[in-house]
Design a protein around this ligand. Structure first.
Ligand code: ATP
Length: 254
């Protein structure tokens, strides 16, 4: 049986008086590819910021592996966050550094490994994302898809148990986006990582997601949770159905 890896309980998120979501609950189980989806402005990025320790809840809790991220002291929170890997939308590679130097950064900052061990690990991580031999390249010399994969190698440098992706397919052509999706699946299967993806790319949602939540800006709640294909097949709510069918369910009988 899969264990809970991330548990969100009665979470209210707000910017000052403006409430984004109210009293939401969900659980991400170990090994899941969990999708956070919903229309523009519903609060996906805000939720992600709460999950990765960048923004504290107004109310409620975020537990990672049984530890409350926000009730932990700074040192414990830092240890918990180190077990997470994050791939930001922009990739955020340092343009003045080679791929090897970019991927080596977290290893140099958080481990006591020798430069030689770091170099070996960097090559392993780059190989894992299909970039063996690109150690000496600069980000500007790579395609958009390659940059995302390099950023993924860096996000995996410290062997995270859980990987967060913020709109991974943004700016990629369909084939590069599919390649990134395949890589995410491969990493989950080979490393057993839990994956959380914020996206509104239908191909990714239906292609790799094993569980999903749909956030709704109007009600400020989660409208539906389940396997994306089940949500598509069983049309639990018109807004979810329309989202997953690009509005084509509007012409279907309810
Ligand atoms: N720093 C902020 N201060 C005040 N309001 C904010 C801030 N960041 C986001 N918001 C508001 O919170 C709501 C949720 O924004 P958020 O960026 O989380 O949505 P999203 O679902 O990620 O949107 P998108 O898909 O367009 O990126 C929006 O109404 C937004 O205007």
């Amino acid at each position: 049986m899969q264990q809970d890896h991330l548990r969100v309980t009665d979470l209210t998120m707000a910017y000052g008086d403006f409430v984004v979501m109210r009293g939401i609950d969900f659980t991400v189980r170990r090994g899941e590819i969990f999708i956070i989806m919903g229309g523009s402005g519903c609060g996906k990025s805000t939720l992600l910021r709460h999950l990765i320790g960048l923004q504290p809840p107004t109310e409620g809790s975020v537990e990672f592996d049984g530890h409350d991220l926000w009730r932990a002291g700074p040192a414990q929170r830092d240890r918990l966050l180190r077990r997470m890997g994050i791939l930001y939308q922009s990739g955020a590679l340092w343009s003045s550094m080679t791929l090897a130097e970019n991927v080596a950064l977290p290893l140099a900052g958080h481990t006591d490994l020798s430069p030689q061990d770091i170099a070996e690990l960097v090559s392993l991580k780059l190989a894992l994302v299909g970039l063996a031999g690109f150690e000496a390249f600069y980000p500007a010399e790579l395609s958009g898809g390659m940059k995302k994969r390099a950023a993924l190698a860096r996000a995996m440098a410290l062997d995270p148990e859980i990987l967060f992706f913020d709109e991974p397919s943004a700016g990629l052509d369909p084939l590069s986006a599919k390649r990134l999706d395949d890589l995410i699946l491969h990493l989950r299967d080979s490393l057993g990582s839990t994956v959380v993806i914020v996206t509104h790319e239908l191909a990714s949602i239906l292609g790799v997601g094993t569980d999903a939540i749909f956030l709704d800006a109007e009600t400020k709640t989660i409208l539906a949770q389940g396997h994306p294909r089940d949500l598509l097949a069983h049309c639990p709510h018109p807004a979810v159905r329309d989202f997953l069918t690009r509005g084509e369910s509007l012409s279907c009988p309810a």
